[in-house]
Design a protein around this ligand. Structure first.
Ligand code: CP
Length: 311
């Protein structure tokens, strides 16, 4: 397969055909990973740099693992010990890495659009690992793969995305992907955490958890992104949990086989109750992490092939 561009900056530019093909390839990597046959040489001789200006556990580690499993030389740049701390700009940092002939640049940044800006300036294929409140495309792909493995399809499913929609790049990428693939998407949260006009993306808006979760196939809880909030958007974490925290009582109105998802990191007792998060009959939160490695292997594989064909 081949993507329309040599970068992965968002779900926005992907055709449903591209999404399905990426998920198919990721599924094959998921099976290989489970069988223990993890080594491939698709990226042998290629260099991947992880450039994270924001903290990460899952995304950075899984890109590192994915790159290594495909045979790439992987470098994790620690921004706090790099020359960024001496005032070097984002573009100068990228130009420096570009001069070292890096092939794949995985970027996380607090500013929306930072990976797109870098993509115009470097020769490497740029992958958006989360930019501000804009997009987190590989998270949406791994969420879609997890859902598809359990439900067989994304088409026709009712998916409730709950909590802090306004500040969530995960919500935005998931909405774009799931609507493109034919799901019915609901966003559920307090008015202060749901952007006005979000209906234009094709979602339904709910301010009551029990209404929003009724007969849902998938319930996805999101972290409160307090680091991106200016001013008090909720009265308190405790009150938020009372009305919008995903607990067994609220989940009871969803379908009996509804899956519980969370992109992590979780704030237990704020957006999700431990009993629900750890219920292995409903929660696929650990599987989401596992699928993160497979999806990132698929993305790196496809981008490397796309770049080779364009060379
Ligand atoms: N879901 C997610 O992006 O997690 P990290 O911040 O740990 O990478």
């Amino acid at each position: 397969m081949r993507l329309p561009t040599r970068h992965l900056l968002g779900i926005e530019n992907l055709h449903p055909r591209d999404i399905s093909a990426l998920l198919d390839l990721a599924e094959s990597y998921a099976l290989l990973n489970r069988s223990g046959k993890t080594r491939r040489d698709v990226l042998r001789g290629r260099t991947l740099i992880n450039l994270f200006f924001e903290d990460s556990t899952r995304t950075r580690t899984s890109f590192e693992l994915a790159g290594k499993r495909l045979g790439a030389d992987v470098i994790n740049m620690s921004v706090s010990t790099s020359s960024v701390s001496k005032g070097e700009t984002l573009l100068d940092t990228a130009a420096t890495l570009n001069a070292m002939n890096c092939d794949l640049l995985v970027v996380r940044h607090k500013a929306s659009g930072a990976p797109a800006l870098l993509a115009q300036k470097v020769d490497a294929a740029v992958i958006n690992a989360g930019d501000g409140m804009h997009e987190h495309p590989t998270q949406a792909l791994l969420d879609a793969l997890t859902i598809r493995r359990h439900k067989g399809t994304l088409e026709g499913l009712t998916i409730a995305i709950c909590g802090d929609i306004a500040h969530s790049r995960v919500a935005r990428s998931n909405i774009l992907l799931l609507i493109a693939m034919g799901s019915q998407v609901r966003v559920v949260g307090p008015p202060t955490l749901i952007p006005s006009g979000i209906e234009q993306f094709g979602v339904s808006v709910f301010h009551d958890m029990r209404e929003g979760l009724r007969d849902a196939d998938i319930v996805m809880a999101l972290r409160l992104q307090t680091e991106r909030m200016s001013g008090g958007m909720i009265p308190s974490a405790r009150e938020f949990f009372t009305f919008y925290g995903l607990d067994a009582a609220k989940l009871a109105v969803a379908k009996p086989d509804a899956l519980v998802m969370h992109p992590g990191p979780m704030n237990r007792g704020v957006e999700i109750d431990s009993q629900v998060a750890d219920d292995m009959t409903r929660s696929v939160i650990r599987e989401q992490v596992e699928m993160g490695v497979a999806v990132r292997m698929a993305v790196l594989d496809v981008l490397a092939r796309t770049a080779l064909r364009n060379a």
